[in-house]
Design a protein around this ligand. Sequence first.
Ligand SMILES: NC(=O)c1ccc[n+]([C@@H]2O[C@H](COP(=O)([O-])OP(=O)(O)OC[C@H]3O[C@@H](n4cnc5c(N)ncnc54)[C@H](O)[C@@H]3O)[C@@H](O)[C@H]2O)c1
Length: 259
Amino acid sequence: MGVLDGKVALVTGAGSGIGRATAIALAAAGASVVANDLAGDGLDETVGAIEAAGSRAMAAVGDVRRRDDVAAAIEAARAGFGGLDVVVANAAVSIYEEFEHQAEETIDLILDTDLKGALLCAQLAIPELRRRGGGSIVFVSSVQAYVTLPGCVPYAAAKAGLVAAARAMAPEVGRHGIRVNTVAPGTIDTPMLQRDLGGMNREEADRFLRQVEAANALGRIGRPEEIAEVVLFLASDAASYVTGTTIIADGGYLTVKKF
Ligand SMILES: NC(=O)c1ccc[n+]([C@@H]2O[C@H](COP(=O)([O-])OP(=O)(O)OC[C@H]3O[C@@H](n4cnc5c(N)ncnc54)[C@H](O)[C@@H]3O)[C@@H](O)[C@H]2O)c1
């Protein structure tokens, strides 16, 4: 018996990193998974891994910035698996640039993907979750909601927005049996991290990673599977009295004084 037996989950940005690990973890716990990502972004590998392990999954290619694409992913869950119980709004982009000179298009891309896209997923899912008598919405935020590096103003704003959104949304939907929470990961070894390091030469990247490790109570960066386990907890009935809150899964990064 898995803790999500009979449940259906939508995971956005499931073609890579934390989204893929989450889709796989929810499926291993018994959920049927609709895995969303942009075209060509690793969905086949995610769906293949889930099916190879004997669970059910389908790909829903789409852009979380587009209302129609989000609606189509939710409809795919209803038509393919009979409904929807869990939404993990994980898709995001991270672009480090000096804010003073950042193009408006870049600000829009980050806010529309990381904040509005997640809100759209939650909003369009609510009627479907209500039909099932309740459910769980999990936003994937970041420690950047609390402490930031230079060059990430819109990203930090979006991630802080998700923390506030879960808090604001919880009392609106709680009486329908819907819980809304956020997980805020620290530095996790994913393709996003590798891209973020891409602007550095190897020496700079190594130095940065050593600094992150040193500024972390556990002395190491995290694995996507370690975030997936937190999402699984929030998605499951084990978290039945948890709503409107954020679990910070950062290896203790926020606990360590930085100077
Ligand atoms: N890796 C880290 O250190 C870290 C730390 C804190 C928070 N996070 C958050 O975790 C989540 C997952 O990040 P990751 O590190 O696995 O990144 P990743 O880049 O490996 O995966 C993100 C996925 O989102 C998809 N995506 C981007 N825009 C999309 C859109 N408009 N519609 C649908 N899909 C879209 C990408 O194609 C990609 O597959 C993100 O919300 C990120 O902000 C990551």
